[in-house]
Ligand binder design. Structure first.
Ligand SMILES: [Zn+2]
Length: 61
């Protein structure tokens, strides 16, 4: 069974992409995150999206 095939950030259905502990990050969001700059206007939005995921992943370690 394929549990999760939509991106956790944009919600787009994605084949492939990055899978982190069952959460899928599509390739466009992945490249956006890797190119994220602290001065970017949407930096805080990405950060607030990432934070709950990070704390979830840390708990699963
Ligand atoms: Zn995405």
């Amino acid at each position: 069974m394929d549990e999760n095939c939509s991106c956790v950030f944009c919600g787009n259905l994605s084949v492939g992409g990055l899978r982190v502990r069952g959460e899928l990050i599509c390739s466009s969001c992945e490249s956006r995150i890797t190119q994220l700059q602290i001065q970017d206007e949407d930096y805080k939005d990405w950060l607030s999206n990432l934070r709950p995921l990070w704390s979830k992943w840390i708990k699963q370690l």
